[in-house]
Design a protein around this ligand. Structure first.
Ligand code: GDP
Length: 297
């Protein structure tokens, strides 16, 4: 479960301070020391932890008294608010183009869950938002990826635009958008190529695609379980492509939460969705406040 390890690690610290009728500066210091250690153990970026702890201390020491909460509860509320802000504060909504279709480019490294997430996102858009998406198979270098997307399309009863593996991905995307206009699809979800590492060829192709299709969203799909590696991948993709948001996959298996807690602060880009399992309905809009509650109980 997401954040389970971190939540367990902090359980005693939270209990200890919540029970206090009076909180001294020393209590806050002890609590923040524990929170700091727990976050570092959870693989949260060092600088992110440092800034966060500083803000928590500033707010928790000498804060205004609220009648509804005990002093201990107030301190925990400060921690929760700060964790929520760290993950982006408000839930960040998906874009809607003024004139359909809204074009979403899905980018990321191989194995991150890009193709699965494209299917999941199409499913979510149809089910939750009542939209009609068109999936587009542009990952032509991994032949299995085109088949995989077509299979996902069949499972979901969702249209997939593909031209096999010989066509140029940028041309495929352009034609798919024309097809979407003609047939009144309102979202186009482009599954682009991924590679094992961030490399120049990949970035060149993605940049070219971005310039040609002018997407409304570029979602970077990263595997939460890779911790700080995911953060570094996000940094590189963002520097090259100016991504609009992150989809964090495999959060179901990530008990630590280092990527979830660092990505927004490091890249400035919001986590928009989280993958919570392999099934096609296991993609959820990412709500920072709910995630903070998972950590603090
Ligand atoms: P791609 O190479 O980036 O297109 O990756 P795939 O979409 O093929 O996914 C790689 C693997 O990750 C597959 O086995 C997926 O089922 C799995 N996967 C994707 N998202 C999630 C998720 O949110 N949770 C879990 N547990 N597995 C996931």
């Amino acid at each position: 479960m997401a954040f389970e390890g971190l939540a367990e690690r902090l359980q005693d610290t939270i209990k200890k301070i919540t029970g206090k009728g009076k909180v001294s500066e020393q209590d806050v210091k002890e609590m923040t020391r524990e929170v700091r250690l727990a976050l570092l153990e959870a693989d949260v970026n060092f600088k992110v932890v440092k800034d966060l702890i500083k803000r928590i201390k500033e707010r928790a020491i000498g804060q205004e008294v609220m009648d509804s909460l005990t002093p201990g509860q107030q301190v925990i509320k400060v921690v929760k608010d700060e964790l929520t802000d760290l993950m982006g504060g408000e839930h960040s909504k998906i874009a809607v183009a003024p004139k359909p279709p809204t074009v979403i480019m899905m980018v990321g490294l191989q194995g991150a869950g890009k193709t699965t997430t494209s299917g999941k996102l199409a499913n979510l858009l149809r089910k939750k938002y009542n939209r009609s998406p068109l999936l587009v198979a542009c990952d032509v270098y991994r032949p299995a990826a085109v088949d995989q997307l077509e299979t996902l399309g069949k499972q979901l009863n969702m249209p997939v635009f593909s031209q096999g593996t010989d066509a140029n991905p940028v041309d495929i995307a352009k034609q798919a958008i024309e097809e979407a206009k003609e047939n009144h699809y309102d979202y186009v979800i482009v599954d682009t190529a991924g590679r094992l590492h961030v490399d120049e060829n990949l970035m060149d192709e993605l940049t070219q695609m971005k310039e040609t299709v002018n997407p409304d969203e570029i979602f970077l799909v990263v595997d939460a379980m890779t911790g700080q590696d995911a953060v570094n991948v996000a940094k590189s993709f963002d520097e090259q492509l100016d991504i609009s948001g992150v989809v964090l996959t495999k959060l179901d298996g990530d008990t630590r939460g280092g990527a979830a807690l660092s990505i927004r602060a490091v890249t400035g880009k919001p986590i928009k969705f989280a993958g919570m399992g392999e099934k096609l309905d296991q993609l959820e809009p990412f709500h920072p406040d709910r995630m903070a509650s998972r950590i603090l109980g």
